[in-house]
Write a protein that binds this ligand. Structure first.
Ligand code: CDP
Length: 788
């Protein structure tokens, strides 16, 4: 990409250092737990040891006797205000505090309000609760059996645990292609529950000012405006009115989708502040975060792929059971209960496809978090990339050659997929060929043959993924009816400095730098003269927030469009100052000049001053603009990853020897930040591929409830990521950019699994569910008769 601005301006493509980092590196960030207000009270939560039980009695007397404990709040207290249940983002209902029964282990049962956090914790230990255990349903397949206990007894008409059925695509055409297929492959793929393990847990400080009637909540949320509206809708009847609710998302220590939902703790803290008139702080500890917050994935998939003997793919058929826990609290656009799972045809030119998904209730915390992923895209990519590999192996074709044969070709874009998505642009073969060259693919295949002959286990795995990000065009995308646009408000001050505010909210992605670069690119103000603000609903324009890699596709586009409005006005002011006709002016970054007379120029700073001091008669003073951007389409970033693994025959341990990642996110705003996003994203793909899983025993006890056994990759396990990129601009985005934040997390796991299966295929191994633990591989090796 050619740079349009010099380094001193620092527009798109410059490796500008992250402007937010000095405060983070010096420990001077301002996170929710840093907020301390006079007379602040502390909230801590009593949680259920049972996964399904009636609450027989709650005895608060011992807790209330502790000096400093002010109140114990129960579901019955909230019921008086009709605040014991709340709506979820998918229009289901979720308990704030239970009145009758608990539905999962670690569910909130009561909350203790105290003058000190440690006293609140003592209070939690002293609350005595009698439970009558009920039968527990953990397995979603068993939950669908006719004799399974019905879990949602709060819904009088509910006679089973089935939430919804959703299907998409052309069933008849797909079935026909399967009946005509020369070759088919079928596999059961389980994508387990995993947990968003942000460095910062969730929490809030709620402050209801009784005199002004205003509620201010500092909150770990990725979507402050949407939260404000939800609070107003849910609690309007107790006097919370939207203009008097201020949600502040200060610095956020990682979100990854886990800070989109409204957790009961937030609501209880708000209720406690409204009742007491004092600020109330609630901060989860690590174990609460991992055990009780919403989870990601948990898809039980059966996939089939059809094709011809020469390797040409024709059709894809998928059935899925989606375990949603006890309520459907997924953060999906309302129209798509299975998110964007139907991007599962991936990078391949298929004739037809059909997808069915059934949502199911179980005794687990709510699921459906879009963990660094645009709503089920990880599940979709994992499925198609595993199935493509399976088909290639089945046919005895090289996995790269097979993909190159089936890719959508560059000239086919814009391309309508078999399931109806309009892919904006792509060059899949370009990315795969570059990855093959970088990794030395041909040599690796030779090495593999030699090693196999010596009995060594080495595999090479490919994942050529297509992502779908930038939710979204309002014709398809809304959350609780709120259309999924986003916004930018740009104000240019008289001295040529800029304040740029957005409806999104960075959680570590570097928006304070990249949005400033967009302003620099469009208006020629140096990056350092642009202040970016997000996350305060009293000052930022309304937006739907940051998740699903939507900030660049939507808010950065809003930024460019607002800047272009400003530039139009700046041109008029420059024409007036230069006594020239607007059409005779030319732009170069930072100034307008008269065509053919570069000396007759006005800098953007001179124009800024004139906007307030010497603007043309009849023109409004000032230089500012707002844009609410409704994208015409989503953006479709893509990439090709190649992973090389060696497997230890004695222990079953998988060692990722090399991992080459070629990404394409269109035009890049800041290459250094994008590289950081890919590095982090790849590590978040490695974790679920090899280590991370949340499981429950038959009684609903969580088995990985702390970092002792929920294994996150550390620097020791993380390989040296070898990254590179191609650039295929998005034709509809004003900057030609696509999102990138989640690409690597979405694309990486399949490359790793494909490499492991590639190493073991000759032993009869066809598929391994993630995480690929040494124990699973060891057993497969022993079953195949392999000894050290
Ligand atoms: O919505 P979120 O910020 O999580 O995801 P994103 O839009 O993919 O952006 C992640 C970070 O990468 C932001 O700071 C973007 O501005 C930056 N980025 C970039 O510099 N160029 C791109 N083409 C895409 C993202």
């Amino acid at each position: 990409m050619t740079l349009k601005t010099p380094p001193e301006i620092g527009g798109m493509g410059h490796r500008v250092k992250r402007r937010e980092d000095p405060r983070f590196l010096r420990g001077q960030g301002n996170y929710v737990d840093d907020v301390v207000l006079p007379d602040m009270l502390y909230l801590d939560i009593v949680r259920s040891p049972y996964a399904h039980a009636k609450i027989a009695n709650i005895d608060t007397s011992k807790a209330l006797a502790i000096p400093g404990v002010l109140a114990v709040i129960t579901g019955k207290d909230l019921e008086k205000y009709n605040l014991h249940w709340m709506p979820t983002l998918m229009s289901d209902t979720q308990m704030v505090l239970p009145v009758e029964k608990v539905m999962y282990q670690a569910q909130e049962v009561a909350a203790v309000l105290a003058t000190d956090r440690y006293i609140a914790a003592d209070g939690v230990d002293a609350v005595e609760i009698d439970y009558d255990p009920l039968p527990v349903v953990v397995d979603p397949k068993k939950a669908l059996e006719p004799d399974a206990p019905v879990l949602r007894t709060d819904k009088p008409d509910k006679k089973d645990n089935h939430i919804w059925h959703w299907e998409w695509g052309n069933r008849e055409e797909t079935d026909k292609l399967f009946s005509e297929a020369e070759v088919t492959v079928k596999e059961d793929i389980y994508i387990p529950r995993i947990h968003v393990s942000s460095i910062e847990t969730c929490g809030c400080v709620a402050h209801f000012d009784k005199v002004r009637g205003k509620l201010t909540v500092w909150m770990t949320t990725q979507a402050p405006h949407a939260i404000r509206t939800v609070f107003a809708l849910v609690a309007g009847h107790v006097g919370l009115s939207e203009e008097k609710i201020q949600i502040i998302s200060p610095d956020i220590g990682g979100g990854f989708g886990g800070k989109v939902p409204v957790y009961p703790g937030y609501v209880i803290a708000v209720a406690a502040s409204v009742l007491t008139g004092k600020p109330v702080k609630w901060i989860e500890d690590r174990m609460e975060n991992i055990q009780a917050d919403s989870f990601a994935r948990d898809y039980h998939i059966t996939a089939e792929l059809a094709g011809k003997k020469d390797g040409q793919l024709t059709a894809l058929r998928i059935k899925t059971i989606a375990d949603h826990g006890y309520t459907d609290a997924a953060a999906n656009p309302s129209k798509f209960p299975a998110g964007l799972f139907h991007v599962c045809t991936g990078s391949y030119d298929l004739k037809a496809a059909h997808v069915e998904v059934d949502g199911v209730y179980t005794n687990k915390p709510p699921g459906g978090i879009a963990y660094r992923c645009s709503f089920r895209v990880t599940e979709a990519v994992h499925t198609i990339e595993r199935m493509a590999d399976l088909m290639a192996h089945q046919l005895g074709m090289d996995a790269a050659e097979f993909r190159l044969k089936n890719f959508i070709q560059p000239e086919q874009f814009p391309y309508t997929s078999a399931l109806g998505w309009e892919y904006d642009s792509g060059n899949y073969a370009g990315a795969l060929r570059l990855a093959m060259e970088k990794v030395g693919y041909a040599d690796l295949r030779k090495e593999q043959i030699e090693k196999r002959a010596r009995g060594e286990l080495m595999g090479v795995g490919i994942s050529s993924f297509t992502e779908i990000v930038g939710a979204g065009p309002s014709k398809h995308f809304d959350i609780l009816g709120l259309k999924m646009f986003d916004s930018a408000e740009i104000r240019v001050h008289p001295t040529g400095k800029v304040l740029a505010r957005f409806g999104t909210k960075s959680q570590g992605q570097g928006h304070e730098t990249t949005y400033a670069q967009v302003v620099a690119e469009e208006l020629g103000f140096p990056v350092d003269s642009v202040l970016v603000e997000e996350g305060d609903t009293d000052t930022a324009p309304y937006g739907l927030g940051t998740y699903a890699s939507r900030s660049t596709p939507v808010a950065a586009a809003a930024c460019a469009m607002a800047c272009r409005k400003i530039k139009d006005k700046a041109r008029k002011i420059a024409a007036y100052l230069l006594e020239a006709h607007e059409d005779d002016l030319e732009w170069e970054p930072g100034k307008f000049f008269v065509k053919g007379s570069p000396d007759r120029a006005k800098t953007i700073q001179e124009i800024s001053l004139a906007a307030y001091t010497n603007h043309p008669p009849g023109m409004e003073a000032g230089l500012e603009a707002v844009n609410y951007y409704d994208p015409p389409n989503l953006t479709y970033p893509f990439g090709s990853y190649i992973c090389v693994v060696d497997i230890d025959k004695g222990t079953g341990e998988v060692k990722v020897r090399r991992f080459v990642a070629i990404d394409d996110c269109g035009n890049i705003i800041n290459p250094m930040i994008v590289e950081g996003q890919i590095h982090g994203g790849l590590t978040m793909g490695l974790g679920p591929a090899l280590f991370e899983e949340i499981q429950y025993d038959e009684s609903g006890n969580i088995l990985q409830g702390s970092f002792m056994n929920y294994l996150l990759p550390t620097a020791v396990e993380t390989p040296n990521w070898e990254i590179g990129n191609t650039v295929t601009p998005s034709p509809h985005h004003p900057l030609g950019a696509k999102g990138v934040g989640e690409s690597a997390t979405v694309g990486a796991p399949a490359a790793i699994v494909n490499a492991v299966v590639d190493a073991l295929w000759h032993l009869g191994v066809r598929h391994i569910d993630i995480p690929i633990t040494p124990a699973k591989v060891w057993k497969l090796l022993r079953d195949a008769g392999v000894r050290e």
